[in-house]
Design a protein around this ligand. Structure first.
Ligand SMILES: CC(=O)SCCNC(=O)CCNC(=O)[C@H](O)C(C)(C)COP(=O)(O)OP(=O)(O)OC[C@H]1O[C@@H](n2cnc3c(N)ncnc32)[C@H](O)[C@@H]1OP(=O)(O)O
Ligand SMILES: O=C([O-])CC(=O)C(=O)O
Length: 451
């Protein structure tokens, strides 16, 4: 107790030194031509690599001018919206896109069936891993629990550091198969030990798809409807991949480039994804919506909604960070195509589940927030709702607990991380090491007794 009090006092005193010595005038970035966040104001990222895995389109060329356009996302050249349409009425949509991202081609029926079986067979953790690792020190933060599980899996792999492509592929497939278990079992352990809920550890069904198995392992009765599994399958497809530059994939590539092992690279990627400005935003959106609902009684009252959002931007509401979660994107301008797909079925789902009033609130935020952000921040490329805006609402309607929203993002994105790790190993083989302009001025050393 005394130690903690002393430490609190000490860090409060010392933190001001960090503030004083670590602040850098934003003007200097422009003066030295350094791009904050490695992007220019139009969202154009500093080029750091080449990739064949996916493409994000946010601008088009009109008479030699670069102009913002509706967003488009291509997985190995195929538009995700076409992948969603092509998967209509089918199972294994996630597995199909995973095959495409990992191996570069759409699978034939036989290839898909073989791959889906391999993934289902890979839903298999080492003996007692659930008891010894996942159930130990359970936490509300399932992303941390998954990270710990991933790092611990390395101890069970006698080829953990082998970087041969077949070995890395084996490890990646193993992680694609076990991520849903780490996430769902991690939740059940937390729910039991920290939340006084019941704990059930259902084994995955080898004949079920990844989406079906998530619902099966999550629910006490292991039951789900075809529609629920299909919606989750599509949600996973939409979250699988987003270029090499998104924070968690770039993390994967950076760690991979140093020659580190698969478990370490993926643990780092998980640590990145959970951040509130990246994959963690889906949880923040829902918590922010709770706060909005507490303060706004009439969801049709656009003036009241605007006033609340204005408070958010001015750090006077919710978490006082000045962000409207689920809005804005580092690259997209007019729209995020994934949000559009979500929206197309979220409306039907909301009507079926009697959530029309909530839908009205979402619609109004979607209409008002971009204009307000554009007014109060310097946005040069346009701002629109992103993939995280509706995903939490969809998961809520599927009865999925909030603790699993960001982990579900990881369950999908492990495929993109895997594809990029393999591409980095196959093709680049050069350590990533960008430069920082140093503002340091040389100082003569001062003896301790003379300071
Ligand atoms: C899966 C994903 O990762 S999708 C993104 C999920 N994240 C969120 O939803 C969190 C809310 N959104 C954001 O914080 C941002 O839009 C980000 C992090 C996604 C992108 O940020 P940036 O790359 O800085 O975007 P951009 O260059 O267009 O932003 C310009 C300015 O507007 C601000 N801005 C952008 N979006 C928002 C927002 N939703 N709320 C408040 N301010 C915003 C930025 O912070 C930036 O301010 P700054 O110049 O003072 O740093
Ligand atoms: O691309 C980004 O910066 C963030 C994003 O949408 C994703 O990773 O899906």
């Amino acid at each position: 107790m005394e130690y903690m009090e002393n430490l609190t006092e000490y860090v409060e005193k010392q933190a001001s030194l960090c503030q004083q010595h670590d602040v850098i005038d934003k003007e200097l970035y422009a003066r030295y031509g350094v791009k904050r966040g490695l992007r220019d104001e139009n969202g154009q990222g500093v080029l750091t690599g080449l990739t064949n895995i996916s493409q994000i389109i946010a601008f088009k060329d009109v008479d030699g001018q670069k102009v913002p356009c509706d967003g488009q996302l291509l997985y190995r050249g195929y538009d995700v919206q076409d992948l969603v349409k092509g998967g209509k009425g089918k199972r294994h949509i996630f597995e199909e896109a995973a095959y495409l991202l990992l191996f570069g081609e759409l699978p034939t029926e036989t290839q898909l069936s073989e791959f889906s079986s391999v993934i289902a067979e890979s839903m298999n953790l080492p003996t007692n891993f659930t008891r010894d690792v996942i159930m130990k020190a359970p936490s509300v933060d399932i992303m941390n629990s998954m990270t710990r599980s991933v790092l611990t899996l390395a101890s069970y792999d006698n080829q953990a550091t082998n970087l041969d492509i077949d070995n890395v592929l084996r490890q990646c497939i193993g992680l694609i198969g076990t991520f849903p278990m780490m996430a769902v079992y991690g939740y059940h352990a937390y729910n039991h030990y920290e939340n006084d809920g019941s704990m059930y550890i259902h084994r995955p069904d080898k004949d079920a798809s990844v989406a079906e198995n998530i619902l099966r392992m999550l629910r006490p009765d292991m039951k789900y409807t075809e529609l629920e599994a299909r919606v989750l399958d599509i949600a996973l497809l939409l979250h699988m991949e987003h270029g090499g530059g998104n924070n968690s994939t770039f993390t994967t590539r950076v760690v991979t480039s140093s020659g580190s092992d698969t478990y370490s690279a993926i643990a780092a990627a998980l640590s990145s994804l959970k951040g509130r400005k990246h994959g963690g935003a889906n949880l923040q959106v829902m918590n922010m919506m709770d706060d909005i609902k507490e303060h706004i009684k009439d969801y049709h009252d656009e003036e009241a909604i605007e006033a609340y959002l204005d408070k958010l931007l001015n750090k006077q509401a919710y978490d006082h960070k000045g962000l409207i979660y689920g809005m804005g994107h580092a690259v997209y301008s007019l729209s995020d195509p994934r949000e559009k797909v979500f929206k197309s079925f979220v409306e039907q789902l909301a009507a079926a589940k009697g959530r029309d009033e909530d839908m009205t609130l979402y619609n109004n935020i979607e209409k008002i927030a971009p204009k307000l952000i554009a007014k109060e921040r310097k946005i040069y490329k346009g701002v629109s709702p992103n993939v995280d805006f509706y995903s939490g609402f969809v998961y809520e309607m599927l009865g999925i607990p909030r603790e699993l929203y960001t982990p579900l993002f990881a369950v999908a994105r492990i495929v993109g991380w895997s594809a990029h790790r393999i591409e980095e190993l196959v093709t680049t083989d050069k350590i990533i090491r960008p430069a920082y302009k140093s503002l340091v001025k040389y100082r003569e050393y001062v003896d301790r007794d003379a300071r």
